[in-house]
Design a protein around this ligand. Structure first.
Ligand code: FAD
Length: 310
């Protein structure tokens, strides 16, 4: 799997200590030249300023950033304004998502977009209108980023090998992916899964329905029992029982090694299905992610990552 392109997911830090960890991850990832690094976005725009800060940091480090963007909980004009802010910051790659409605039952604005497919179209429209962002730019954005901006954006979308928890059936989600492709999405990144067969079956079904865009498997590195349980809950996935038991019994160091091995084994077992790349959900923890890349033979064995971490 040595030629497999790889990418990473980061989330905006919530405090100073987390910010230090995130910055170390940016440097470590920049050194291994990923295809891109994506940055999550809090539904309702709750983290837009922090997401932009991380995206800007990636640009400064010479890494191609991909901005997650959700449309739930925001009116269309607010969403368009956010898109314009991101474009003006020099972002040309987006992961267009619907997002999940807030758990506390806050009502949706009447003008909210209803699906990721609608957001794909909105991003395209805002980009092609080239309307200058009239309001004061967010702090930290370089004026030169505006000049450097390429024409046209690349828009990725989410795919769900085991069906979206809200859809219930596999076929429903393949139709959703097809709808997103038809309005201009050029890449899909999958929700986590534990069984390579889930990915293979989904890709086969998608191809049969006319989906032609690359479908990149998203892989979690389960470096603790808590992380495995939490990520499975968020994704609406079941727990792999044997792995969960091993992680529960392990010391923290053993758990990291088990998690890295599990991710390497999963990626290796995808090889026969010819994935177009692999996207690692890193939880801003760069060392296990880099270890996974070594494990799958994606990095030269002699290459070391130097960061400020002890
Ligand atoms: P949509 O594609 O709009 O689909 C939503 C639901 O509608 C699904 O049930 C789908 O099957 C159904 N549907 C839509 N269109 C059709 C159709 N034409 N035919 C049949 N069914 C249809 N959430 C965040 O808040 N922030 C993030 O940063 C974030 N990052 C994510 C990254 C990845 C890679 C993934 C996989 C998920 C991420 N999420 C994130 C979670 C995501 O926002 C939720 O899963 C959300 O509920 C669905 O988003 P979507 O973009 O898939 O929505």
């Amino acid at each position: 799997m040595s030629a497999l392109p790889y990418s990473f997911e980061l989330f905006p830090p919530r405090n100073d200590a987390a910010a230090v960890r995130m910055l170390e991850a940016v440097d470590a990832f920049a050194a291994v030249e990923p295809a891109f690094v994506s940055v999550t976005f809090g539904a309702g725009g709750t983290t837009s300023r922090h997401s932009l800060g991380v995206l800007q940091r990636l640009l400064d480090a010479g890494v191609s950033p991909m901005a997650h963007l959700t449309c739930t909980g925001l009116g269309v004009s607010d969403t368009a304004r956010l898109v314009r802010q991101f474009l003006d910051a020099g972002i040309t790659k987006f992961l267009a998502l619907r997002g999940d409605p807030p758990a506390d039952g806050v009502p949706e604005p009447a003008t909210s977009l209803r699906s990721a497919a609608e957001l794909v179209q909105l991003i395209d429209r805002v980009d092609s209108e080239r309307v200058p962002y009239a309001e004061v730019p967010l702090p930290g954005l370089r004026a030169s980023a505006l000049a450097e901006r390429r024409c046209g954006v690349e828009i990725a979308v989410a795919a769900f090998p085991n069906g979206h928890p809200g859809a219930g059936v596999h076929r429903g989600d393949v139709d959703a992916l097809l709808a997103k492709q038809e309005v201009g999405a050029t890449l899909a990144i999958t929700q986590l899964f534990h069984d390579p067969y889930d990915y293979a079956r989904y890709v086969e079904l998608a191809r049969a329905r006319g989906v032609t865009i690359p479908i990149v498997p998203g892989v979690v590195i389960p470096t603790s029992h808590r992380r495995l349980v939490r990520s499975a809950q968020l994704a609406g996935e079941g727990l792999p029982r044997v792995l969960a038991e091993r992680l529960e019994r392990a010391t923290p160091d053993e758990a990291v090694a088990i998690g890295v091995d599990a991710a390497v084994a999963l990626i290796d077992s995808l090889a026969e299905h010819d994935p177009p790349g692999v996207h690692l959900y890193t939880f801003n923890d760069h060392r296990p992610a880099i270890d996974v890349l070594h494990g799958i033979g994606a990095l030269a064995p002699t290459r070391t990552i130097t960061t400020g971490a002890p």
